[in-house]
Design a protein around this ligand. Structure first.
Ligand code: S3P
Length: 172
């Protein structure tokens, strides 16, 4: 079965690029089952993302992220439902992402840095959005990764418009 037949959608992109908003919309209106890597980690650890970073550090968080991707891969492989996966911004660097990306269409939500910056300016929930000196550098590095993995990109931020683009990109 090729990945188009699987019907799953994998949303990637930088922090605050609307992955959560759009995946929730897809669950509400388009019959997708939504999975969020961040939510699964929070549930497993019974701690917020900030608490995990603070107590155990980023490397530990990345291990959790990779492990959760393994769980998601099994779910997607063993189900006929269609899933939308809301991927944390750093998931593209995880070893298991190499396999996850073969199980659905990968959509990169491409939002310009200036918009991201505005959205993150007062954010207190994302530990990597505290050091704004390094944020732009991270954005540049990640952009290359996102583009490398994307089957298609979405540049807007309107959910109705996104649905139309999806219809064009994914011929169900
Ligand atoms: C991260 C993005 C966050 C979360 C964590 C690290 C990143 O998810 O996984 O704070 O490395 O870009 P969102 O992209 O959903 O904000």
């Amino acid at each position: 079965m090729n990945k188009r037949e699987k019907n799953n959608l994998i949303l990637i992109g930088f922090m605050a690029s609307s992955k959560t908003t759009l995946s929730k919309k897809l669950e509400d209106t388009n019959g997708y089952i939504r999975i969020s890597t961040d939510d699964m980690i929070v549930e497993k650890m019974q701690m917020s993302i900030s608490e995990i970073f603070e107590k155990y550090g980023e490397a530990f968080f990345r291990e959790q992220e990779n492990e959760i991707l393994g769980t998601i891969i099994d779910m997607l492989k063993n189900s006929n439902e269609k899933y939308v996966v809301d991927c944390g911004g750093g998931v593209v660097s995880a070893h298991n992402f190499q396999e996850l990306k073969t199980l659905g269409e990968v959509c990169y939500l491409n939002v310009p840095y200036e918009k991201i910056f505005k959205r993150l300016e007062n954010d207190t929930t994302r530990p990597l959005a505290v050091d704004f000196q390094n944020l732009r550098t991270l954005y540049r590095l990640r952009l290359k990764e996102y583009k490398k993995f994307a089957d298609f990109e979405y540049f807007g931020n309107n959910s109705d418009d996104f649905m139309k683009i999806l219809d064009l990109e994914i011929a169900f």
